[in-house]
Design a protein around this ligand. Structure first.
Ligand SMILES: [Zn+2]
Length: 170
């Protein structure tokens, strides 16, 4: 099996990729920014094999990107939430979304500054307010006129405008 470490690389990019460079990890983090907190919700929204999801979530907890807490509503289950270090990945995630939109396929969602409703520019900046909102001050909604491809409970919640990091209840 291919290891996930780049021991011989003396570069902080290698250190970052050891944490987020595995398949599915960035999509799990995207969903965490959308407010997904439960194993089953990640599972239905990502169609990811359960063993892989479990492995990625544990790795992200170990690396201090997600925090795992007991789920008060379901005994024996857990809630996963981004730590401060995890929330610091927002600009990197947003930059990749912008790159994908420019070079691969149009983004299916828009991201707006919550307090003024202005769509963020490619740098995650609000041109109206002249500042870069933190994830909890950003609202995401589907691009107008975009036909919904997914019909799972998480996708259904995300058809309405939703503030990042606000828990999704399915
Ligand atoms: Zn603004």
């Amino acid at each position: 099996m291919l290891g996930k470490d780049y021991e011989a690389q003396d570069c902080s990019l290698a250190r970052a990729l050891e944490v987020i460079g595995e398949r599915w990890t960035l999509l799990i983090l995207r969903d965490a920014f959308f407010g997904v907190r439960r194993f089953n919700d990640f599972h239905v929204h990502l169609d990811i094999p359960k063993a892989v999801l479990s492995d990625r979530l544990s790795g992200l907890v170990e690396d201090g990107i997600l925090e795992r807490e007991p789920d008060p509503e379901h005994a024996g289950r857990h809630l996963y939430e981004l730590t401060a270090a995890g929330r610091d990945l927002w600009p990197a995630l947003h930059a990749l979304l912008v790159w994908g939109d420019r070079h691969r396929a149009p983004n299916s969602r828009v991201f707006k500054h919550a307090s003024c409703g202005t769509p963020l520019d490619d740098h995650g900046h609000c041109p109206t307010c002249g500042m870069t909102p933190a994830p909890q001050d950003i609202v995401t909604e589907p691009h107008r006129g975009r036909r919904a491809l997914r019909h799972d409970p998480v996708a259904t919640v995300l058809r309405a405008p939703h503030r990042l990091l606000e828990p999704i209840e399915t």
